[in-house]
Write a protein that binds this ligand. Structure first.
Ligand code: FE
Ligand code: FE
Ligand code: ZN
Length: 293
């Protein structure tokens, strides 16, 4: 079955219930959220009553909660430890984030591996693994390393780098991978023959490590290292390639998440994009339809 959803909000007052209702309004059967603002580490206590209510509503709507994803805030940088205080702040924040996810019953958290900022890729990889080993032993949540576009000094734009991190992590069942199609393309991977890409992934890391796929188009050409997401089918990856990723049988039970941009800053594209994905037909007037939805 197709498991498709998008990034949704998570507010202080309605929390998981609000996120779920937003996802349902898009016709989604899964979703991804940040437990607070992605750009800061201000977080509020989890209200169990709202979590329970959300779980019941998910059951009613046949949503498999084990596939719902949390995204760790992107300011957590585990790759650079040149300021030990900052590094430990990031480690501790990630630990708290995993605890929050555990309270919410979330199984998988997506994490940007981080930027080495001058230390070099190898040192970056060592730092990321060191940080993960400090938090994963006490956690029941799995961390998914996201494949990155290779902007600046980002670690994780090559599958070999992701593999090197995984190799250094002690708790192997608590580490996985999240593919991001925009990032893969920006990193220089050709996903137009997705089976061929998956073969390569399988050789280096193993397909069973993939627990989430972000399905975004890219505003830039292959290998651009820019990381600017485009609406579904309107970018350099294109509709057919993205549809082939989403419907690839080898990733059938893996949730697919849209992180495509709002149109004119005000209009969430997800309802129309999800409808288009289910219909496997590109809408020529996609942006217009989004504004009217
Ligand atoms: Fe991400
Ligand atoms: Fe992503
Ligand atoms: Zn991105």
């Amino acid at each position: 079955m197709l498991i498709i959803g998008s990034h949704v909000g998570f507010r202080k007052d309605d929390q998981l219930l609000g996120s779920l209702k937003e996802a349902l309004s898009y016709g989604a059967n899964t979703f991804m959220f940040y437990t607070g603002a992605p750009q800061n580490t201000k977080r509020y206590p989890i209200i169990d009553g709202l979590t329970l209510e959300a779980m019941n509503l998910m059951k009613e709507n046949n949503i498999d909660y084990s596939k719902v994803i949390v995204h760790a805030p992107y300011i957590v940088n585990l790759a650079n430890d040149s300021d030990p205080e900052k590094f430990m702040f990031a480690v501790n924040f990630l630990r708290e984030e995993l605890e929050r996810c555990s309270l919410l019953g979330i199984k998988n958290v997506v994490l940007h591996p981080g930027s080495h900022v001058g230390l070099g890729v190898e040192q970056g990889i060592t730092n990321i693994a060191k940080a993960l080993n400090m938090v994963l032993d006490t956690s029941d949540v799995r961390v998914l390393l996201e494949t990155m576009a290779g902007k600046g000094s980002e670690v994780g734009s090559k599958l070999e780098e992701i593999k090197a991190i995984i190799d250094l992590v002690e708790e192997k069942d608590k580490i996985g991978v999240c593919l991001d199609t925009c990032h893969l393309s920006d990193a220089g991977y050709d996903i137009s023959n997705f089976d061929k890409f998956l073969d390569e992934f399988d050789k280096i890391i193993g397909i069973d490590k993939i627990y989430c796929v972000h399905v975004n188009d890219s505003k830039n050409e292959n290998g651009a290292h820019k990381d600017r997401h485009e609406n579904f089918g309107l970018g350099h990856i294109g509709f057919d390639t993205l549809i082939n990723v989403i419907y690839n049988e080898r990733l059938e039970n893996v949730p697919k998440i849209l992180e495509t941009p709002y149109v004119d800053k005000d209009y969430p594209p997800y309802k129309v994009e999800i409808e288009m994905i289910r219909n496997k037909t590109m809408y020529d007037d996609l942006l217009e339809r989004i504004k009217q939805a």
